[in-house]
Design a binder for this molecule. Structure first.
Ligand code: EPU
Length: 418
């Protein structure tokens, strides 16, 4: 078990490079299964969720070769197992993408019910609805999902809620199905577009990704390709919050500024200066931080995955901010820990009131999920004194060398084994 020890109060300055997007990579890696030839995937972040994906691919019979720090060649042609067992699936939510990819390629899949961050009820009814629409049958027993189909056929899929995972899974299953699939009320996140671009680069015919109607005309076969994963918009947003919290001045490189729009707008409202370039942004603070109200929403709204980080920033701002979490029932788990550091936050259902006290104090705390852990790092960087963060395995699921990147910006953070 490792923990982070942070001595707070240092301004972040310099340059940082953002890694590939977790939530794109964990879909693109299983999607390689659909190819009839090897693929090379670049800009793959070095995080534990990705390592689990690569391990699952290897266990199924794929040949995975690391070509460089963030580049993998994956040959899926020898895959001869269609099962993702409990031991691996429980470690990560995105194991459900193996359902869509295996079903789309082989017409069968057996995957354990997924694990992942404890954010409340995480149903998969919409995933199953999509698979059924395409002609698959499923059974759920002993914690396993079994999918089977003689022949997948294109169909009309209307999602009852906007869901990233089910939209991606429907794309994976439909890409080789016979005829036309139309997904309505689709999610529009940048990683949806990234998965569509990847599949299209293999020869798929997907139109409309990034809008709420995605049309997929099934193709017979998909070929090998070389593809780079988009930069992680949430990692970039997390650094933006950390820089602002320490009143720093940093150039964040390898970003797509358009993907950061909702985060940038809120940060500017809070008093953070942001200058945009083609593939980088400069973030700095030279005045007071002020309150803002945040409501999380599917893209292009403010991302739930940035809610805890911006709440932490707002504890340092002047005034009372109101935060409404509209995606997950239990995403205020970090609040108790922030209170231990002197934050004044009251939670009532899906609303949190953040009284900006302007300061935080170091304390021993525990990460309860990935983004909660990111929030505690931001708090520790801004706090006076020493913060010790336990359960950092949550953070390492989704941030590529967070402590190394922060140290290079001047933070006093180290990882120690307990
Ligand atoms: N939902 C259903 N039925 C379903 C699927 C979802 O009711 O079959 C509901 C969920 O309960 C939730 C809402 O729809 O209220 C949105 O869920 P979604 O399916 O979009 O979430 P997800 O695919 O499970 C991904 C990210 C999350 C991120 C959400 C929302 C991955 C691996 N995970 O989860 O990322 O919070 O989209 O943007 O892509 C994170 O990175 O920290 C993280 C939790």
């Amino acid at each position: 078990m490792d923990k982070f020890i942070i001595k707070g109060g240092r301004r972040l300055t310099g340059e940082v490079t953002i890694s590939g997007a977790k939530n794109a990579a964990v879909a693109i890696l299983p999607a390689v299964i659909l190819s009839d030839e090897p693929c090379v995937i670049e800009n793959v972040p070095n995080i534990s969720d990705v390592n689990i994906c690569l391990r699952i691919l290897t266990e199924m019979g794929a040949e995975v070769t690391k070509l460089d720090a963030n580049i993998y060649r994956i040959d899926p042609t020898k895959i001869d197992k269609y099962c993702v067992p409990y031991e691996t699936a429980r470690k990560m939510r995105a194991s459900y993408y193996f359902l869509g990819a295996l079903l789309g390629k082989f017409g069968k899949a057996r995957v354990s019910m997924p694990g992942g961050c404890p954010l409340g009820d995480r149903p998969i009814d919409q995933h199953l609805k999509a698979f059924s629409s395409l002609g698959a049958e499923y059974t759920l027993s002993q914690g396993m999902i079994d999918l089977h189909s003689e022949k997948l056929r294109g169909s009309q899929i209307f999602f009852d809620v906007v869901t990233v995972g089910a939209t991606m899974n429907a794309m994976l299953a439909a890409v080789k199905a016979e005829g036309l699939t139309v997904i309505e009320n689709a999610a529009k996140e940048p990683h949806i577009v990234d998965l569509a671009n990847f599949l299209n680069s293999m020869g798929a015919n997907i139109m409309g990704a990034g809008t709420d109607v995605i049309k997929i005309r099934g193709v017979e076969r998909l070929r090998g390709t070389t593809y780079a994963v988009i930069p992680d918009q949430i990692e970039a947003g997390t650094f933006m919050a950390a820089i602002a919290a320490t009143k720093g001045d940093v150039l964040i490189k390898n970003v797509i500024p358009k993907h950061l729009e909702s985060i940038t707008k809120k940060m500017e409202k809070i008093g953070v200066n942001i200058e945009q370039f083609d593939d980088s942004i400069r973030v700095w603070v030279d005045g007071p931080l002020v309150k803002a109200n945040i409501k999380t929403a599917p893209h292009p709204g403010f991302p739930t995955d940035m809610q805890s980080q911006i709440a932490t920033l707002l504890t340092l701002a002047k005034g009372t901010s109101i935060i409404t979490e509209n995606i997950w029932d239990q995403r205020f788990g970090y609040v108790d820990e922030l209170r231990r550091m002197g934050a004044d936050i009251t939670v009532n259902g899906k609303v949190a009131l953040v009284e900006g006290t302007g300061k935080l104090m170091g304390a021993p705390v525990k990460a309860c999920d990935l983004r909660a852990g990111a929030a505690l790092i931001i708090a520790g960087l801004a706090a006076s004194g020493v913060t010790e963060i336990e359960d950092i395995f949550h953070i390492e699921r989704g941030y590529d060398c967070m402590e190394g990147k922060l140290r290079a910006l001047g933070a006093d953070i180290e990882k120690v084994s307990i």
